[in-house]
Design a protein around this ligand. Sequence first.
Ligand SMILES: [Zn+2]
Ligand SMILES: [Zn+2]
Length: 276
Amino acid sequence: MMKYDMHVHTIYSDGVLKPSQIINMAVSNKINGIAITDHDTTDGIEDAFNFKDKGDLDIIPGIELSATMEGNDIHILGYWIDYRNINLLARLSEIKEVRIERIEKMVKNLYDIARIKIDIDEVLREGNYYTLGRPHIARVLVMHGYADSISDAFKRYLNKNSQIYVEKYKLTPEEAVKIILDANGAPVLAHPGLIDNKELIPKIIEAGVYGIEVYHPKHHPEDVNFAHEYAEMYNLVETGGSDFHSPEDDIIGECTISNHNVIKLKEKIKSVREVF
Ligand SMILES: [Zn+2]
Ligand SMILES: [Zn+2]
């Protein structure tokens, strides 16, 4: 049976390894295929395809989009996306800009409200755009003596009740699914076991996902069971992956699915397209 790890992050989002290093690991772990699913970016895909020593490893171009519903974090994976699609790239750079704008607003609020002037470029240097957030502002505040520690910076300036705080912009699950469908990809609900309010799951599925991530390192047996039940109930393809970020914490191939499920998922893209 061929094994696929359908959930891998690279340094292009918040992972620590380059696509080439990931491919080497996947090959030595005897995995037949991996999906590159970086957060909100397709930048690592080209790099993965260009790597010469990939042997027979099948590489699926993917993405993981962050959405929110009633305050719950919802992640939607997308597979076989057309990663050069102009509209997709425009949408992703919009998401990136909004993230930077949020940082700019908080830096401005720090000055307007607390008369603390820090340099936005210094904050931007602290993290790549995916991980960019309050901890990076906090680090700069500590560096310049405005707070004793990261937690002190949060307590004084950056907590959610502070006037300085700016809400994070996030997609709805419907928007995330649409971005993936518009790029001819297959949308899949990621790690449903990690969603706080499980009652939202049917609503998210109805946003139009083709599959559900049943196998995930953080899923307890009961999470696997309920995800499996939803797959049956809504006729979804069961997927899985390691959600690999770093070799210190994760193993490529820790959770896999068979190539049969990979094919089933890919067929869904075709069957939906044939309707039109
Ligand atoms: Zn996720
Ligand atoms: Zn992930």
